[in-house]
Design a binder for this molecule. Structure first.
Ligand code: SF4
Length: 324
């Protein structure tokens, strides 16, 4: 094991000045360190910081980065106003992991690409320039959207998919004291030629909160996840939907997808195909066509393309059907 230093920060300002890799729940980073996939020289423990509250703010919620996934899923305001978020959180990991995993850490979890975790495999994300054993290799869990010839990994999260559909923003603190509010749609980077750089966070920048705006009035919400077993499995495909129907037409649509791309995937063309239209089979097919216009399978993951078409259609049916 490579040695590393350990510092416990007593304030966010001290944490960003400490210089090192932040650790809170450790549910992903510790595994990666045990496997020598990540070998930080310094760890800065932020788990004791006062960033574990959920407050009402500007009609929405301001969620501390250290709020455990289980607490966020069970919060009465989340259940009442953001059920898609609660459902997505409860669809992720296991009860034990949700008790430890934090809101900020969940946004930053690394891909579950098998080759990323295997230090004997070629992986541009782990060792830039080493190649990609998933391209031309076994790639059943890999991406069909947003890939590059350097990396075809997916983002593994559930919570971030729901947050993307809810127009969340990430609030950060930088070492120079500046704060940023980054829309989640601008937070993740496509792999391109630098798959090892996954977000727009700068060195030493700390996620302190996630801000959720008020949910759209009258919209229904759903999270549908397809996975290989009933629990404790990452999404093969998932859909987070927020849809409002007025006078027989879709008045508002926000849809985000997991398991398809290197980030929680959202495409304005999908929503443009829905808004103003009647909620029928032709409209749903047009939305799926828009989503999959640039989709590309890599062999073992080809099945995701017809699968997400069916999952999207089922989600749209659920959200637009007339309630008794
Ligand atoms: Fe590495 Fe990305 Fe290729 Fe997986 S898909 S082996 S993470 S470069």
């Amino acid at each position: 094991m490579k040695t590393f230093s350990y510092t416990r920060a007593d304030s966010p300002e001290a944490a960003v000045k400490a210089g090192g890799r932040f650790i809170a729940g450790g549910t992903n980073l510790i595994d990666l360190m045990k496997l020598q996939v990540e070998t930080p020289e310094a760890l800065v423990d932020i788990s004791r910081l006062n960033l574990n509250t959920i407050e009402e703010r500007d009609g929405g919620l301001l969620i501390g980065a250290l709020v455990p996934n289980s607490d966020l899923a069970a919060h009465p305001r989340v259940i009442a106003r953001y059920p898609v978020l609660s459902r997505a959180l409860l669809a992720g990991a296991s009860g034990q992991l949700r008790n430890k995993a934090t809101t900020g850490g969940n946004l930053l979890q690394r891909t579950r690409c098998y080759f990323f975790y295997d230090t004997h495999a070629a992986c541009n994300k782990r060792v830039p320039g080493s190649g990609c054993d998933a391209i031309g290799g076994f790639n059943r869990i890999h991406a069909v959207l947003g890939t590059s010839d350097q990396c075809i990994a997916t983002h593994p999260g559930d919570m971030p998919v729901a947050m993307r559909a809810l127009d969340a923003a990430v609030v950060t603190l930088k070492p120079d004291g500046d704060r940023r509010r980054i829309p989640l749609g601008d937070f993740y980077r496509l792999p391109g030629d630098t798959p090892q750089i996954e977000t727009v966070l700068e060195p030493g920048e700390l996620i302190t909160h996630v801000a959720l705006p008020a949910p759209p009035a009258g919209a229904r919400q759903a999270y549908r996840k397809v996975r290989d077993r009933a629990s404790y499995a990452f999404a093969v495909v998932s859909v987070a939907g927020v849809i409002a129907v007025e006078d027989g037409r879709i008045a508002y649509a926000a849809l985000a997808f997991g398991g398809l791309g290197p980030m929680p995937w959202r495409d304005a063309a999908v929503e443009a195909a829905l808004v103003g239209q009647a909620p029928d089979a032709a409209t749903f097919a047009a939305a799926a066509d828009a989503l999959l216009a640039d989709a590309r399978g890599y062999g073992h993951n080809d099945f995701k393309i017809p699968l997400v078409r069916r999952v999207l259609t089922a989600t749209l049916r659920e959200l637009t059907q007339v309630q008794p």
